[in-house]
Each structure stands twice: as C-alpha cells, then as structure tokens.
Design a protein around this ligand. Structure first.
Ligand code: SAH
Length: 350
C-alpha cells in the first residue's frame, strides 16, 4: 500500500467516498505524497514520454509557430512567454533556441514565465533553462500583458469529475472503500443532459476555469495560446480516466501517488471555455496535421542529411512516434487560441 493510499483510506473512512476530482488532485498534488510533487515522471526510466522528450523538432516547430504569432501581434517589444506544466523544461529550451536563431528580436523581447507546482520539476527546468525565467504556482500570478502561452500535456493532469447514468439519473462517480481497498463507486444524483443507461460523462470545471482565465487575458491584451494534449475534438461520453506507471496502464485506484493519473481532454468544451473568456478558439487539428503543416518532414530531413545512417534511423522513429496515426499523431490534438482581433495563424486559418 502506498503512503497516500493509507491516508486516503483514513479520509474516506472518516468523511465518506470522495469525488474523482478530489481523488485526482490528491494523487497528483498532495503536498507530501503527490505524484508530481515527489518525482520527475518523464522519460524511458519514468512512467511516460512526452513529445518534447521524443525529439527537439517538436519544440523547434512550436518555436516557428511562436515567431509567426509574434508577427501577427505586430511584434510587441515585451512579451510574456508562458508555459503551463513545463516538465523538464525541454519544450521551452527548444523554443528559446529556435527564437534565438530565427527571430533574435523576439528572443530579446520575451520574458519567460513557468507555471509549475512540482519542486522536483522546477529544479529540472532550472537546469534546462538557466537564469532569467520566473516560476509561478498559478497562472493568476503571471503578470498581465501581451502573451504567448504554451501547454503540452498540462490539461490532462487537471482534475475532472465523472458522472454515470443509472436508472435514468446521473450519479457522481466516487472513490470509496471496498473490502478495505479503494474502489470506484457511485455517489449522489447530479444534474445533466439525457444519456444512455450506463454511460459515463466527464466534466472538467477546473480545466474550463483555467481556459476561461486564459481567454480573459487574451481579451485584455494581444496574444495567443497553443494547447496540445491527448483527447477528442468533440464532446462524447466515455470513461477516459487513466493511470500509468512504468509505461503501462494500471487500474486508477491501484497505486495512488505513484502512478500518473490523467484523462483525455475534451477540446470542444475547452474551446468553449476560451471563448467564454473572450478569446477566439480556432478549429483544433491532430498533432499529425499540425506538425506536418509546420514542416516536420523537411526539418527531419535536414537533420538526417547531417547524420550517419544509425542516427537517421533514430530520426525516422522519432518522426513516426510524433506523427504516425497509430502513435501520437491522431490521439493528440492541437488547439490555437488568439485574441479575437488577431489574424488567423497558419496552419489554423483557412
Ligand atoms: N509539458 C511537459 C510535462 C508534462 S507532465 C512535457 O510535455 O514534457 C505535466 C506537467 O504539469 C508537469 O510539469 C507537472 O508538474 C505540471 N502540473 C501538473 N498539475 C499542475 C498544476 N495544477 N499546476 C501547475 N503545474 C502542474
């Protein structure tokens, strides 16, 4: 039993079953035992590998997108470059290197703000990025102003709630005790739309709150946001809560605090929340479409031309991992959000 499981059992024994969002928040962010608080989960030796960790080209292409956005914003002389949940700082390092090469004036204009709750990962980010970046626990603490915001695999880690249709009613899914262990159960009645018996509906008020807040910032100052995550373009019923440990899926109640616990992002709901804040969400696309449109093939070919055959094969595998439909290409989606008045950025525009 993990130390967090012992605590959770006590809490549930005293207070009764807990909602999924509370369970997720404790598993990921408990001040002593939270998954992200106690470790760097990334990499082959960790629990999962993210796109920036697969290849530097991922961050380079996002760097190119960032340059284009800055152009659309008429090149403000000071601009906040904000990243939510920067992991090891790899994406930001690749973006900054690209800005320094492709747009030195932008590299000089950016102030980097990292929104990160994990002390372990802040340490890694500091190693990757050196001086001159500022950390914040919440987006609310980042100063207002022209902004470009990036978030890769951030929203999936923000807690959700789940409702299950039983006897013609929606009931909140909860984590309770069963024969002493943790188990998913059914709690109180909650309002909701019509639905098929047995179906599960996920709602993500915390995600939407963050998206709405970003939308409000983009309504107040010129800017853009790029959101990349696994998920679906249209709201649909289904249980997407997942726990991952050592690159394997495990039951969501199996190792609280020692497995990553996430769910797929509903990009339709997220886009609406950005809109409610006053920004413009452009039609989302797959990571495959985005990366190919941004020049994944030529950039990989350029690197391969300078490399030996063995490295060439590695580059090919990385490209496939990022963009193949059976790998990250289709599951991951990319959503661009801009201030309502900004011109539509390629490749999101018509
Ligand atoms: N973007 C990185 C890391 C993804 S893992 C990459 O692509 O490699 C999720 C990241 O979000 C971690 O850095 C984690 O510590 C951070 N995180 C999770 N919940 C958070 C929260 N509520 N506030 C801020 N950061 C959070």
């Amino acid at each position: 039993m993990t130390p967090l499981e012992r605590l959770l059992r006590e809490m549930i024994a005293e207070e009764g079953p807990m909602r999924i969002d509370r369970y997720m928040a404790l598993c990921l962010g408990h001040p002593q035992h939270g998954y992200y608080i106690t470790r760097d989960p990334l990499g082959e030796k960790g629990d999962f590998v993210t796109a920036p960790e697969v290849s530097q080209v991922f961050g380079e292409l996002i760097g190119i997108w960032t340059v284009a956005q800055w152009g659309a914003m008429e090149q403000p002389e000071r601009i906040h470059l904000v990243e939510l949940g920067p992991g090891r700082g790899t994406l930001m390092a690749d973006v900054l290197r690209t800005l320094a090469r492709a747009a030195p004036a932008l590299a000089a204009a950016v102030q980097v703000h990292l929104v990160e709750t994990s002390p372990v990962l802040r340490q890694k980010q500091s190693q990757a990025l050196g001086e001159g970046v500022t950390w914040h626990a919440r987006l609310e603490d980042v100063p207002e102003g022209p902004m470009i915001l990036l978030a890769n695999e951030f929203f999936d880690a923000i807690p959700i709630r789940q409702n299950e249709r039983r006897d013609g009613q929606w009931r909140e899914r909860v984590v309770g005790l069963s024969e002493g262990g943790l188990a998913i159960g059914i709690g109180g009645i909650v309002p909701g739309p019509m639905g098929e018996e047995g179906s599960i509906l996920e709602v993500a008020p915390f995600r939407e709150q963050i998206a709405r807040h970003i939308g409000e910032r983009l309504a107040g100052h010129a800017g853009s946001a790029l959101i990349i995550d696994y998920g679906h373009l249209k709201t649909a019923p289904g249980d997407t809560l997942q726990a991952m440990r050592g690159h394997q899926f495990v039951p969501v109640t199996e190792a609280p605090g020692e497995a990553d616990l996430t769910s797929h992002v509903d990009f339709e709901a997220l886009a609406k929340a950005f809109g409610a804040g006053g920004a413009r969400a452009h039609p989302a696309m797959s990571q495959r479409q985005f990366l190919l449109a941004m020049g994944l093939e030529p950039r990989m070919a350029q690197l391969a031309a300078k490399a030996d055959a063995e490295t060439g094969a590695v580059l090919n595998r990385q490209k496939a991992r990022l963009a193949d439909e059976a790998q990250m290409g289709n599951l991951f989606k990319v959503l661009a959000v801009t201030s309502a008045g900004l011109s539509t950025p390629y490749p999101f525009g018509p």
